[in-house]
Design a protein around this ligand. Structure first.
Ligand code: C2E
Ligand code: MG
Ligand code: MG
Length: 693
């Protein structure tokens, strides 16, 4: 039995011979003398040659064939060949395993006479490298198919020969629409064909072309793509194709445009923002410098925007800002710039101002335009504006300085009663510089321990005992010494600095109260002043109750002084804070009573327990009958509402007696003591004995 060389499975296949169907005539028998020559050719051939007899046994095998099978010709001769040859002349593929690695063979069989009999000559060629290359190509083709970017292959003349699915999707065409068509069909505009430029360039330079193109989809819509086109040359170096990769960047461009728009325009009003305003101001100044003209810079602020926002809500506030924008736009010329500088601040730039009278007319119209209420979401809102003006070159030549000066003038208009406009002047500058400086310094005051609390005692007129004290803030300014709260509290309120300062006051009061308690000072109520801003923007309830908890104090040890204007605001956050605080047992006092215009009904709606008569009326006792009447009335009012009445600013014994006669409950003032630093306050309380009143 001869062994088989084929590793084909033992499946029964018909091993047919090329002699079965003679399509090609067999080779002539060679002449005897040529034999050794032929033998050399055959032995030297890189192609494997095997002769298989009619029984399927190998009768000859050259060296190349033996090597393919990992054997020698002698060993192979006589063994069964075993591979099924395919049709004559048709190549078949076989796989041979020698040493684990498969070798791929292409096999072609042909009939041959062999030693008087019919046989088959089998040609074997190693096609492993080919197969690998083919597999590689297959993979690359799949990658191109799956790529996220659109890929197009065009021939030398720009005819599309292949397109991947991503391209088909991007361009909205079907494959049949594009194959065989010129790539110019993709362009937005037939006349303008960047691809043909690219192709021309590429043909000449053999480089990759990169650029941005605008193409048209099948439905007519346009898209912008980033295109990379690379020339492909064949084996002989001739340009044969172009590969074009396209990335649709329309969405990205849209997002970029949107970013630019957002960075330059205010979303709410659609107006240019501060940075655009400054750019235009710079340009306007340059132009005016050349033309010897003037530029007017205006800053406009709404007078009561914050209270609209707080009482009617931010939606109404936003709608108001839009309505204001429209109203001002009607007055300004198209060449003027109206911008939103931030919050409720608007900037107006008037160019080509020949005389300031023209600017005056414009600004007057703007201020007057707000003497009619603004209709917002069906409600009519009374809003007035304050405007400040600075001019180039009269006031300054620097754009930033001009804007600042216009701002200062606007603040001046506000401080002089609002609903007005003011021109910038240098004196105004000095005053406002001071305010700005205070604000800047105040920012560090808390951190640098420059703030402290003074305590002014309060006397119960019936018992002659110190029953409480009011904490009053003091600021030791490193250069200016003691700054009065009357000067810096309003600045702290408008700048928002009152929030961190207020936080500090609450902590400080509780800390001080704990120390005094530990030192055995008699129980007393500590009052402190709270601004409206704190009620609106802080969760005062949380803040006070947690400070009380931390220091282990009872809520009745604190008393919060609020002003009439805060009480009148009533609704929303303020009311909520007040209700929760009083429910928790923290008392409220109405401070400076009589200076505001609060009505009785406002007072009743508010859960206060004490009424503080303003010192300005108290000081009039013994001097003006009017003040005496007011004090008398306020005391009576407080009593009728069941409130404790406290008189502030009591400086003389006469004032005290007047109050005592009218059964005022408590007094506070210089007659008793000035506000004192904590240590002095403790000594004062410890040594206090009430004189005969
Ligand atoms: P206020 O709450 O009405 O405080 C009473 C003011 O009258 C204090 O002024 C006090 O020193 C002064 N005063 C007391 N007795 C007399 C007197 O017999 N004669 C005279 N002429 N004045 C007297 P001060 O300390 O300058 O505070 C002024 C205002 O600043 C306070 O008025 C209050 O509205 C505000 N303020 C003070 N401390 C704070 C604080 O901690 N937070 C807040 N938000 N405001 C505060
Ligand atoms: Mg007070
Ligand atoms: Mg007061």
């Amino acid at each position: 039995m001869s062994s088989r060389i084929a590793s084909v499975p033992p499946r029964r296949v018909k091993v047919f011979s090329p002699w079965d169907r003679l399509l090609v005539p067999p080779l002539e028998r060679p002449a005897q003398d040529d034999q050794s020559l032929y033998k050399r050719i055959i032995e030297g051939s890189r192609e494997g040659l095997v002769v298989v007899d009619a029984d399927g046994h190998i009768v000859f095998c050259n060296r190349a064939a033996a090597t393919f099978f990992g054997s020698t010709p002698d060993d192979l001769c006589g063994r069964e060949f075993g591979f099924p040859y395919a049709d004559l002349g048709e190549p078949a593929s076989i796989e041979i395993f020698t040493g684990g690695q498969p070798t791929f063979m292409e096999m072609i069989a042909a009939p041959i006479f062999w030693r008087d009999g019919e046989a088959t000559i089998v040609h074997l060629r190693d096609v492993t490298r080919w197969r690998e290359a083919e597999a590689q190509l297959g993979m690359q083709a799949k990658a191109l198919e799956a790529a996220a970017n659109g890929i197009l292959i065009t021939n030398r003349d720009g005819m599309i020969s292949w397109a991947n699915p991503a391209f088909i999707k991007m361009a909205g065409f079907d494959v049949e629409d594009v194959i065989g068509k010129s790539a110019t069909m993709l362009k937005a505009d037939a006349g303008d064909d960047p691809l043909s430029d690219a192709v021309a360039h590429l043909t000449a330079m053999n480089e990759t072309w990169k650029g941005r193109v605008v193409n048209r989809r099948k439905d007519g819509s346009l898209y912008t793509a980033e295109q990379t086109t690379t020339p492909i040359r064949d084996a002989t170096g001739r340009l044969s194709h172009f590969v074009t990769v396209l990335e649709d960047i329309s969405d990205r461009l849209k997002a970029e445009d949107e970013l630019v728009r957002l960075s330059e325009y205010d979303v709410l009003t659609g107006l240019p923002n501060r940075s655009v305003f400054m750019d235009r101001l710079k340009l306007a100044i340059d132009r005016a410098a050349r033309a010897d003209a003037s530029v007017a810079v205006m800053v406009m602020d709404l007078d009561n925007f914050k209270s609209v926002n707080n009482t009617l809500g931010h939606d109404v506030g936003d709608a108001l800002l839009r309505a204001v924008t429209q109203r001002v736009q009607k007055i300004t010329r198209t060449t003027d710039t109206l911008a939103r500088l931030g919050g409720d601040d608007f900037g107006i730039l008037l160019e080509d101002v020949t005389d300031m009278a023209a600017a005056s007319r414009t600004v007057r119209s703007i201020v007057n335009a707000f003497h009619k209420p603004v209709e917002v979401n069906g409600q009519s809102i009374e809003v007035t504006v304050s405007v400040g003006i600075a001019a180039y070159p009269q006031d300054d030549t620097d754009p930033l300085a001009l804007l600042r000066e216009a701002e200062l003038a606007m603040y001046q208009a506000k401080s002089e009663g609002r609903d007005a406009f003011r021109y910038f002047d240098k004196e105004m500058d000095a005053d406002i510089r001071r305010r700005v400086k205070i604000e800047a310094d105040l920012r560090h005051a808390v951190d640098q321990n420059q703030l402290w609390l003074a305590y002014q005692p309060q006397l119960d007129l019936a018992t002659g005992k110190i029953v409480g004290a009011e904490a009053l803030i003091r600021w030791n300014h490193p250069e200016r010494g003691l700054v009065s709260p009357g000067e810096f509290i309003p600045i702290a309120e408008t700048s928002g600095l009152i929030l961190p300062i207020g936080d500090w006051i609450i902590e400080e009061i509780c800390r001080q109260r704990q120390i005094w308690q530990a030192l055995g000072l008699p129980e007393m109520r500590l009052g402190f002043n709270v601004s409206g801003v704190q009620f609106r923007q802080r969760n005062l309830f949380e803040q006070v109750t947690s400070a009380l908890q931390r220091s282990g104090l009872s809520p009745s040890s604190l008393d919060i002084e609020i002003t009439e204007s805060v009480a009148m605001e009533g609704a929303g956050r303020v009311q909520e804070n007040v209700d929760r605080l009083t429910a928790a047992g923290v008392a409220m006092s109405m401070d400076d009573f009589g200076t505001g215009y609060s009505s009785l009904s406002n007072l009743q709606a508010f859960p206060i327990s004490r009424l503080k008569v303003d010192g300005s009326f108290v000081r009039g006792i013994g001097r003006t009958k009017d003040d005496e009447k007011i004090v008398e009335a306020v005391v009576r009012l407080g009593q009728s509402l069941g409130l404790t009445v406290v008189a502030e600013g009591v400086e003389t014994i006469e004032q005290l007696r007047f109050l005592k006669e009218r059964a005022c409950d408590e007094i506070q003032g210089y007659w008793l003591s000035k506000p004192l630093p904590p240590t002095e306050f403790r000594r004062f309380v410890e040594s206090f004995t009430c004189p005969d009143l």
